[in-house]
Each structure stands twice: as structure tokens, then as C-alpha cells.
Design a protein around this ligand. Structure first.
Ligand SMILES: Nc1ncnc2c1ncn2[C@@H]1O[C@H](COP(=O)(O)OP(=O)(O)OP(=O)(O)O)[C@@H](O)[C@H]1O
Length: 343
């Protein structure tokens, strides 16, 4: 848990955070430290640890997600982001289950809640199209997204005429969402025939069938061509502007910079930094987490390459050159060539 001062609790009115100034103002009182308290947290996570054999994939002490804004969860490969998503949505169990792990969504404890109950509570994640889903039509995929509504319940099937109206309603809702995501004319096509970007739109549309309060997107931009990127980003921002909370995992740092109101960073299973994107992406812990291993990682802004990092890279390059020169000199000594390798 952070030792940050708790900002005054503020109940955010739906839609109030469509205004960027309001969002900035709201988050300006929040300390940019891992585990900081938020004015109106929709998700609060405590002591979630997941070990695989002897390896700790996730070890998050405390994390709060602010309601009504876009939060990005970033971190290098293997940082534990997907495992963390799996844990809080009930698709996996923490090693600390029953031993201090606790998480609550919109005030409701989810520790022992199944994945479908988590979705019913209003926290819904997108899923990549599996082979089975690819063989279903776009509309069939949408109807699956509404599974917990009438029609799913076998008992109700006995009284079909009673809920047949609702089935029609669900279909209309699906059509409305498909129209919004420009997929309506594809509704009878196999989902597998969609482009990468259209699949992402379908994943989002399907998640919205259950009217979530928070949508969790796992790499929404992966495999999306530039033409659809802008449209996808616009859809994500529109959801936020309508009052939905968005939590997303993304590797594309340009995207993170562009749409995130807040960024949380994981490395080696832990939460290592938090804050507004411009602050976080200049944070030494973040730079170390990404650049420590991969100097060629694009963090979306050259400004991130601080003097310190540039100096470090320059030193490493100079050291490598010195080694190469040493090798060349050795070679010259044994073959009788000049330093430039010419006889
Ligand atoms: N089922 C599993 N069994 C064993 N190890 C696992 C399992 N799932 C994840 N891991 C390990 O846990 C660590 C965290 O993986 P995870 O996929 O959560 O990271 P990530 O941050 O989502 O990475 P990426 O950005 O590459 O998707 C990795 O070392 C991974 O190999």
C-alpha cells in the first residue's frame, strides 16, 4: 500500500469526465506513486500474488483504478499483465487466495467470484477470436456476448414465448452496436473473414453487449492496420466519454501516450510506477524496465531518451567499439595489415 495521502473522495457524475480539463483536474491531486489512492476507485486490488512453480508472475500489493477514465497497464514482455487480467476477472486464482488476496469492483468483493459472475458485476474483458468463434458469424458472436441475459437460462427456454421479445431486443441491441462499430453489413459473414482491425472492433462490440461499467482490453491495437487505428482509438475514447471506465494493456507506446489518462507500469510481476502518461514515461523505473533490457524499444517519444539514458547508450557503444578496435588491432598484428584492414 502506498503511503501517499488519500485524495478527497469524489463521486464522479457519469459523463463528467468527457472533458479533458475535468479529467486532468481530478487526477492532479493523485500522487504519481505505485499503489496511490484515487478519488473514486472502481477497482481496488490488494495482495494478489500468482506463482507458477518457483516463479512469481504477479505480486501486486495494492492497485486502485479510477472510475470514468482510461488507464493503461504497460510493462515489458513477461511483466505479468495478462496474468493479472486473468486473476482479477476470475479466469485464474491467486496463490494468495484465502491468504490476504482481496479485490473489489464497484464496492463488491470478487475474491471468490467466477468469471461469469465478474462479468455480471460489470467488469468485462475482451477476448481474441478463437478458432471456434471465427467459424461463427459476426451476429452469432454478438449474441454470445449477451449470454447472461434471458435465453441463456435453460428453465426459461420452457417459457420461450415469454422471453422471445427479449431475444428480439438483444438482436436489436447487437445490430445497434454493430452499426456503431461499422460492422453491420458484415453481420452474416464469418468472424474469421474479418480483417485484424475489424476483429478488434467485434471483440469490443461483443464485450459491450453486457453493458459493462468497466471494459478491459488486452492489446486492442495488435494486428490493426494504420487505417483502422484512428477509428479504434476514437471508439475507446468515446466509451470513456460516455462514462465507462477503460483499463487496457498495450505495447504500442504511441497509443498509450495518445489516449491514456493514467498509466500503471508492471515489471517482473510488480507495480513499479503510476501516473499521468507524460510523467510516467519519463520515470526512471519505467525507462529501466523497458530500456534496461532493450535499448531499441520505442517508447513513443524520443523525449523519453533522457540525457542520462543517452549517455549510458553512448558509453556502451563506445565500449563495444573499443572491443572491436582491439580485435582489429590484434588481427592487424598477426596478419600484417593496417588498422583499416587493408594490406
Ligand atoms: N500458465 C502458466 N504457466 C507457467 N508460467 C506462466 C503461465 N502464464 C504465464 N506464465 C509466466 O508468467 C510470466 C508473466 O506472463 P504474462 O503473460 O502475464 O506477462 P505479460 O506482461 O502479459 O507479457 P506479454 O506482454 O508478453 O503478453 C511470464 O514469465 C510467463 O512465462
Amino acid at each position: 500500500m502506498s503511503d501517499a495521502t488519500t485524495p478527497a473522495s469524489v463521486a464522479v457524475a457519469p459523463g463528467a469526465l468527457a472533458d479533458p480539463v475535468a479529467r486532468k483536474q481530478l487526477m492532479s491531486g493523485v500522487d504519481a506513486v505505485p499503489g496511490s489512492s484515487k478519488p473514486d476507485s472502481i477497482l481496488v486490488v490488494d495482495k494478489i500474488v500468482r506463482q507458477f512453480g518457483g516463479m512469481t508472475a504477479v505480486d501486486v500489493g495494492h492497485l486502485e483504478v479510477q472510475r470514468g477514465i482510461i488507464t493503461a497497464l504497460i510493462g515489458p514482455n513477461g511483466a505479468g499483465k495478462t496474468t493479472f487480467f486473468n486473476l482479477i476477472t476470475g479466469f485464474d486464482r491467486p496463490t494468495t487466495a484465502g491468504k490476504g488476496a482481496h479485490w473489489a469492483f464497484d464496492g463488491r468483493t470478487l475474491d471468490k467470484t467466477s468469471a461469469s459472475s465478474v462479468a455480471r458485476a460489470g467488469m468485462v474483458r475482451t477476448f481474441q477470436l478463437t478458432k471456434a468463434l471465427s467459424r461463427m458469424t459476426v451476429m452469432e458472436n454478438m449474441m454470445l456476448g449477451a449470454q447472461h441475459q434471458a435465453g441463456e437460462n435453460l428453465l426459461k427456454s420452457v417459457f420461450k414465448p415469454l422471453w422471445a421479445n427479449q431475444e428480439k431486443e438483444i438482436e436489436l441491441k447487437a445490430e445497434g452496436l454493430l452499426e456503431r462499430f461499422r460492422l453491420l453489413e458484415k453481420k452474416d459473414d464469418y468472424a474469421g473473414s474479418l480483417s485484424g482491425g475489424q476483429r478488434k472492433l467485434l471483440e469490443m462490440a461483443r464485450a459491450l453487449m453486457s453493458d459493462p461499467k468497466m471494459i478491459m482490453l488486452d492489446e486492442p491495437m495488435a494486428g490493426v492496420n494504420p487505417a483502422l487505428t484512428q477509428s479504434l482509438l476514437g471508439h475507446i475514447q468515446a466509451l470513456r466519454d460516455e462514462g465507462m471506465t477503460v483499463l487496457f494493456v498495450e505495447h504500442d507506446m504511441h497509443v498509450v501516450r495518445h489516449i491514456s489518462d493514467w498509466v500503471a507500469v508492471m515489471a517482473e510481476g510488480r507495480l513499479v510506477a503510476e501516473g499521468p502518461s507524460d510523467t510516467v514515461m519519463n520515470d526512471k523505473a519505467v525507462i529501466d524496465a523497458y530500456l534496461g533490457a532493450h535499448h531499441d524499444t520505442d517508447l513513443g517519444d524520443d523525449a523519453l531518451l533522457s540525457d542520462e539514458v543517452l549517455e549510458q547508450i553512448a558509453e556502451e557503444v563506445a565500449a563495444e567499439e573499443a572491443v572491436r578496435e582491439g580485435d582489429a588491432t590484434d588481427e592487424a598484428g598477426t596478419t600484417g595489415t593496417t588498422g583499416e584492414g587493408r594490406p
